[in-house]
Design a protein around this ligand. Structure first.
Ligand code: DP6
Length: 346
């Protein structure tokens, strides 16, 4: 067994419109969610398997942006140990991973989504190479399943553009175990822009893990979970019909509801910063005056994602330059994208 195997994938991050907030063990979501996979914000994961020289059950060396990273090594080793039965090659091979992000940390772009998405893709690829057989069933669905086991939102990142994760009445094929692509989309939503205004680049004060846990005894949990499930089905219809006004309304209400959940938890907290509110008010004003269907969403942090169809780019960029740029420490221009890519290196 002297052979070595290589796998190299680029996986984008995603931004949720309907938010996943609350979970059971192994990232079984308390409600369904629906997101836009990004294009420019991604993680590259380069993996090499070589014969193992140690007796550890999982032997992982993890390098992030050129340097050995013990924190990531411990986190990903834990994941691999928990799921080693699904990846039998881990018994005989040591795994070396080099990863890098195309975006800075703490900017409102979910790095766990692109990192676990990328890891799941290389693991599925290495499974096929070492077993000499194809994964049975749908390849991306399997990758989505393994991405979910690392980080819930990661399961949506392996699909292009719009993806749903979590069981809803309106989508009989949906599942809590993996995401599904949403293929029937009106042209209005086929080329979306996501411009991220980084109003604060400090690391998160409260982790998503702690935030999810607070939903376990949240006074509004039940109605929130029901609301999110019906909003996923509602948004699926909006994406089909092309109704931009309905999209704006649902997207902004979701963002504010997510933050309202944080503010009304027993251990309440507040992630919006003064500039978050200022930018939101400027967006309301601009939309009213220009008639351009631009809207905002927020992740579990203070930074603003501005969403708008590509056709309004010129007007929105003018607005960003003239009005919003003073409120932001940096600006990242991203867009909906085609999902992960395998990188063929020589
Ligand atoms: C607010 O996927 O980061 O971004 O499953 O614990 O890794 P874990 O949490 P994570 O939570 C994401 C929360 C969110 C909303 C979303 O992406 O749907």
């Amino acid at each position: 067994m002297s052979q070595t195997y290589h796998s190299y994938w680029r996986c984008p991050s995603n931004i949720a419109i309907v938010k996943y907030w609350g979970k059971k063990p192994e990232q079984i979501p308390m409600n369904a969610s629906l997101s836009l996979t990004l294009s420019q914000s991604n993680t590259e994961v380069r993996a090499t398997l070589s014969p193992k020289s140690t007796s550890e059950s999982v032997a992982l060396s993890y390098f992030f942006e050129g340097n050995r990273n013990e924190l990531f090594e411990a986190k990903f080793s834990k994941y691999l140990e928990a799921h080693s039965a699904s990846f039998p090659f881990l018994k005989d091979f040591q795994l070396e991973i080099h990863s890098k992000n195309s975006f800075p940390h703490s900017t409102g772009i979910a790095s766990s989504a692109s990192a676990f998405g990328g890891l799941a893709l290389v693991l599925c690829d290495l499974f096929e190479q070492t077993q000499g057989q194809k994964i049975s069933g749908n390849w991306l669905q399997t990758a989505s399943h393994f991405a979910r086991l690392g980080s819930g939102s990661a399961c949506r990142s392996v699909f292009p553009n719009w993806a749903q994760w979590g069981k809803t009445d309106g989508q009989p094929e949906s599942s809590d175990l993996f995401a599904l692509p949403i293929n029937k989309v009106h042209t209005n939503f086929m080329d979306m822009r996501d411009t991220i205004l980084v109003v604060d680049d400090q690391p998160k004060k409260v982790s998503s893990t702690a935030g999810h846990a607070l939903m376990n005894k949240h006074p509004y949990a039940l109605s929130r979970f029901q609301q999110a499930n019906s909003r996923v089905d509602e948004l699926t219809h909006i994406l089909q019909s092309g109704d931009l006004d309905a999209f704006v309304q649902l997207t902004e209400s979701e963002a504010l509801t997510l933050h309202a959940m944080m503010m009304t938890s027993s251990d309440y907290y507040l992630l919006m910063r003064p500039n978050t509110i200022l930018v939101i008010e400027k967006i309301f004003e601009f939309r009213e005056q220009s008639g351009i269907p631009i809207c905002f969403t927020l992740d579990a942090g203070p930074n603003i994602h501005l969403l708008y169809p590509a056709q309004y780019e010129v007007g929105v960029k003018k607005f960003i330059n003239e009005v919003l740029s003073n409120c932001a420490k940096s600006i990242i221009f991203d867009r909906g994208g085609n999902g992960p890519e395998q990188i063929i290196s020589d």
